[in-house]
Design a protein around this ligand. Sequence first.
Ligand code: ADE
Length: 221
Amino acid sequence: MKIDILTLFPHMFDGVFQESILRRAIDEGKVNIHFINFREYSDDSHGKVDDTPYGGGAGMVLRCQPIFDCVKSIRTDDSKVILLTPSGIPYKQEMAYHLSNEKHLILICGHYEGFDDRIRSICDLEISIGDYVLTGGEVPAMVLVDSITRLLPGVITDESHINDSFHENLLDYPTYTRPRVYEGMEVPEVLLSGNHEDIRKYRYEESLRLTREKRPDLLEK
Ligand code: ADE
């Protein structure tokens, strides 16, 4: 999979993709990530990417031109153009599964007060990572890249996906490791039984119980 990230602040991504599973996925060529500073596409002699809002109001608004030209130059029939915005569709694990099947993602990170609304016209999808406002789309883009990359074939084991929270709208079951007793807290007996069917049943019931307790909204789906 190829991912192009359109951002005015590519250095915000330093470090995030240089450790652990994401780094390995990049090194092994499972995902190909490019940062494009769309300021380079500005037709303004000073590289201006924003302007004051029509009608007045606080802050600056991202102009159409640099982003339109940038997207036009990299978009192909295989591309999915995604705008990160708090007014987008709430991001869910199911969406990560769908997006992990795409060949080419173009992620547009807004910044400042907002962007010219006409930028929406060149996007296939608008995504929000939650009901709060961040300083820009960079952190949301990191969230998307992380959640999608781990689903790409060979990045982590298939079994790990099946056990993920939100798989079939259930939270993950609790896990334990040695020691058997820690500060008086014991590992549930059934996990030591070696009976795989009992363990499977216990885990499913724990998933159900936790989901009912913490996220009843998931069960309604
Ligand atoms: N940009 C600023 N806040 C955001 C959010 N919550 N989700 C996606 N993009 C954003």
